[in-house]
Design a protein around this ligand. Structure first.
Ligand code: IPE
Ligand code: IPE
Ligand code: MG
Length: 243
């Protein structure tokens, strides 16, 4: 069997379950989001250490505006704080930060924090870290189509891919969702067309190095066929030798 390359080049994660993690402990939901930042810090470090090239995380969806106002403002505050606190360390670890999403609805403080983080880390090459914030897969496809239309370009798959918010990286090899839900929730609708999907009941604040390793081990056992047959992607040993 041709295993997928053992370490996926691009991992994307729907970091779900912060609220339930907090509620189980009689804590406010924002306390769960704070612990979520801790889990993310560890995850970024681990990805860099094991040779993942790109990590993309879903931090706030276009739909998350529908949450209670205090949770939304808590999440905005947390993003601004986390950027201010974490970026110097990420910078020293060779992490390049990209913001992915619709910036127009974000406050100046958050927008500036994101722009600064991107500028500060722009020459890093060890790990590309995409933070999807106010991101939606439908928004992404629509904005890409609008970009092509405005330029008078034909709407083709290649053109759309180039205009999409993650055009700077290849499509994700592995999409992980924590928190037990088995849905995509408007994450990378276009880019996940051929990603391997991995769902775990672990809540995001509990998702540690061991949990990441388990997900990667599961991925490594998959056979990625991209529409071909098993024989085509994993020819029998004899013919593989001849080839
Ligand atoms: C995911 O955790 C983080 C965000 C959506 C910002 P949730 O807040 O959705 O956690 P649950 O699903 O309520 O447990
Ligand atoms: C998806 O989680 C969005 C993020 C993790 C940022 P949600 O908790 O918002 O997803 P649904 O609403 O349960 O599908
Ligand atoms: Mg959730």
């Amino acid at each position: 069997m041709t295993a997928a390359r053992e370490i996926p080049h691009h991992i994307a994660i729907v970091m779900d379950g912060n609220g339930r993690w907090a509620t189980k402990r009689f804590l406010p939901r924002v306390a769960g989001h704070k612990r979520g930042v801790d889990a993310l810090r560890a995850c970024v470090r681990r990805c860099g250490d094991i040779g993942v090239g790109v990590l993309t995380v879903f931090a706030f969806s276009s739909e998350n505006w529908k949450r209670p106002a205090d949770e939304v403002s808590g999440l905005m505050e947390l993003l601004a704080m986390a950027l201010a606190r974490e970026v110097p360390q990420l910078q020293s670890e060779g992490v390049r930060i990209h913001f992915v999403g619709d910036r127009t609805r974000l406050s100046d403080k958050v927008r500036n924090g994101l722009a600064q983080a991107e500028a500060m880390t722009a020459s890093n090459t060890r790990l590309i870290f995409n933070i999807c914030f106010n991101y939606g897969g439908r928004w992404d496809i629509a904005q890409a189509a609008a970009t092509l239309a405005a330029r008078g370009e034909a709407i083709t798959e290649e053109g759309l891919s180039r205009a999409m918010a993650l055009a700077h990286v290849p499509d994700p090899d592995l999409v992980i969702r924590t928190g037990g839900e088995t849905r995509i929730s408007n994450f990378l609708l276009w880019q996940a067309a051929y990603s391997e999907l991995y769902f775990t009941d672990k809540l995001w604040p509990e998702f540690d190095d061991a949990a990441l390793d388990t997900a990667i081990a599961d991925y490594a056992r998959r056979e990625r066929r991209f529409g071909r047959t098993s024989e085509q992607v994993a020819p029998p040993r004899a013919s593989r030798k001849a080839a």
